[in-house]
Write a protein that binds this ligand. Sequence first.
Ligand SMILES: [Cu+2]
Length: 188
Amino acid sequence: MLKRYPLVAVAVLMIPLITLLAACGDGDNDKVDRARTEVTGGLNKAQTGVTGGVDKAKTQVGGITGNDTPGAGGAEQATVDVTEKDFAISPGSPSAPAGNVKFNVRNDGPSTHEFIVIKTDLAPDQLPVKDGKVNEDANGIELVDEIEDIRSGDTKSLTTNLDTGRYVLICNIEGHYQQGMRVGFAVQ
Ligand SMILES: [Cu+2]
């Protein structure tokens, strides 16, 4: 009796082994290959995800570095100093290169003023007016960005990304546009 148990044990062990060998036979090679492909594909995808994430992070870091040192390969930023007063807007430069433009707007007063960047092909003195103000919702006008409430004596800054095209810089406090707070600005 005792001698029979090892034999039975071996036989019992052989069954799954044989089954396993059969599973690895010709008929199931495809299944095994497919499983391998899936595992490999999954790994590749995971690696791509990790690499992509790292690249993206590098790009972001590059952008920040670029801003600190213009011309170093990152996004360059032009700076335009603007002076406002009753009633005129005077940018230090009539144009800027496409990309990030930083406007430093100083209000020489005496009134509080705004600074609004509008993209339009209309002439600076031809913007549609409604109730004493430029109608910012009118066709042919695109409000890009703005600074509100710059008090007399204050300087506020605005950095905005500008595409190539024609712009008009205005103050849109009631009556100020008509009194002369408008000027063309080109982005090349
Ligand atoms: Cu104004």
